[in-house]
Design a protein around this ligand. Structure first.
Ligand code: ATP
Ligand code: MG
Length: 457
């Protein structure tokens, strides 16, 4: 039987003493049964929001769903316990949100509105309430809709994606009837806002099996609504007389995602879409049979921008996604000059460098190559080196032309001396190497010299 920590039992007892029924519900019960631990503590209670607030005056209630957040402190760490009045939902007209929420006195009714059987178990501290055999489904590792799946997906189409997310995160199977219904109802996902789609999709991306998750989305007919660009890539064959490519573009993208070592959702996302520009740029020479994708990274860059817009990514996420797609074709060669390497770092951005390399690692393994090679290792080592190379006068954000202009000088040794002086100040006195600052400093030096010259005359 489940044992709950003392502070949780004490919390529940406060409600029970006041004559209310309270249950641990949702992910909390699921996680406890499955993993023996939980981070979220969600409760369903027979008390109405105002009655909950009478018991816990520091609770906060600012939604229409009956959920009161109650701050609790255990061993110095702060949590919020979410307590929601038993409720049922009625009349979904838009596959999105219930038209109205009604309180109820029955925990069974409350459990009946929940999405999947494994999320519809309640625990009052001693007895499990499990009207839909969620425990059995947990044991069998099955995602099954509560009640009629067609009805449930029609009510709220986000459940389509939640099914895939739970299946992926937990490594569960979607039960046959639920699965068939999901396929039938896949197009309803378009009723859902992209913010909500993105949140579920990102949870699939950061799971242990993001590639499996994307393939499942595809199997169920959801991928073509969420990422039609990737769906289309499965029809692009890359076999060509001169190039050896094991996979079609779509499979390569999924395999790149599978092997991308980054744990960041946005980098994994970039791995999944890095070659989408190959779909519109595909050309096959009818005589030679040669397949080309000219400029696919430029086309892909614009497609990545559109995807970022659609998924309502933040500016920072968008920028990273687009940069990674735009530059994923970077050259790795022992013949590259330091200058070329520095330009690469500048283009990609220092902050994106490791992510860019992670994408390449996924890209390599995902096309059947070895994770690395001596050439790739040398490249990475040189990237480090050029970043740590001592800074020289040439790296200053001002140059000889600026000096000549400000000091009204013609080319002469004097110019080099002035630049050296500024360089020393940057290296030793911490003068910031930015153009405005350095130009200002040049004018000061010039003014100093003029006044010295004037006083010595
Ligand atoms: P996690 O917190 O890991 O995402 P969870 O099961 O707690 O898992 P939440 O989104 O926090 O998921 O929702 C809490 C509970 O509310 C779920 O377990 C489920 O019972 C119910 N629920 C959430 N979203 C829906 C939905 N769209 N339709 C029906 N029930 C839902
Ligand atoms: Mg939760």
């Amino acid at each position: 039987m489940l044992s709950l920590p003392d502070h949780v039992l004490a919390f529940m007892h406060t409600f029970q003493k006041a004559g209310y029924r309270i249950y641990l519900v949702g992910g909390a019960v699921r996680n406890l049964l499955l993993l023996g631990e939980t981070e979220d503590w969600d409760f369903a209670v027979s008390a109405r929001p105002e009655q909950i607030l009478e018991l816990f005056p520091d609770g906060f209630y600012n939604n229409t769903f009956g959920t009161v957040g109650i701050p609790v402190e255990t061993n110095g760490t702060k949590h919020v316990f979410e307590v929601t009045t038993f409720r049922k939902e009625s009349d979904y007209t838009d596959s999105r949100r219930p038209d109205s929420v009604e309180w109820t006195d029955s925990i069974e009714e409350d459990l009946a509105r929940r999405d999947f059987t494994i999320n519809a178990i309640a625990y009052d501290g001693s007895v499990l309430v499990d009207p839909f055999s969620g425990c059995k489904d947990l044991e069998r590792k099955v995602i099954r809709a509560v009640g009629n799946p067609d009805t449930r997906f029609a009510e709220d189409a986000l459940r389509l994606l939640r099914a895939v997310r739970f299946a992926t995160v937990l490594s569960f199977e979607i039960e046959a009837e639920t699965r068939e219904s999901l396929i039938r109802n896949a197009d309803r996902i378009l009723n859902i806002s992209w913010e909500r789609i993105r949140d579920e999709f990102f949870r699939i991306l950061v799971s242990r099996d993001p590639a499996g998750g994307v393939l499942l989305l595809r199997e169920l007919g959801l991928l073509r609504y969420i990422l039609p660009e990737v769906e289309a890539a499965f029809a692009i064959d890359q076999k060509s007389p001169m190039r050896h490519h094991k996979y079609d573009v779509g499979t390569h993208l999924v395999e790149s995602l599978r092997f991308c070592p980054s744990e960041k959702a946005i980098v994994r996302f970039a791995a999944l879409i890095h070659d989408i520009g190959k779909v519109p740029t595909y050309r096959k020479n009818p005589r030679s049979g040669l397949v080309t994708f000219y400029n696919h990274e430029v086309v892909g860059k614009h497609m990545a921008e559109a995807i970022a817009e659609r998924f309502k990514l933040s500016n920072a996420e968008k920028e990273k996604l687009v940069k990674l797609v735009e530059h994923h074709q970077f050259t790795v060669s022992e013949l590259q000059t330091d200058k070329a390497l520095r330009r690469f770092i500048r283009n990609v951005g220092k902050e994106n460098l490791q992510d860019m390399l992670d994408l390449r690692t996924g890209d390599r393994i995902g096309s059947g190559a070895k994770p690395t090679s001596w050439r790739y290792e040398l490249f990475k080592q040189r990237l480090e080196e050029v970043q740590h190379e001592p800074f020289s006068v040439k790296d200053l954000k001002i140059n000889g032309h600026d000096v000549m202009e400000i000091f009204s000088l013609r080319p002469s040794r004097k110019i080099g001396e002035i630049l050296d002086k500024i360089f020393t100040e940057v290296i030793e006195a911490g003068l910031p190497n930015d153009r405005e600052t350095l130009l200002k400093r040049l004018r000061e030096v010039k003014a100093d010299q003029s006044s010295k010259n004037a006083s010595s005359e």
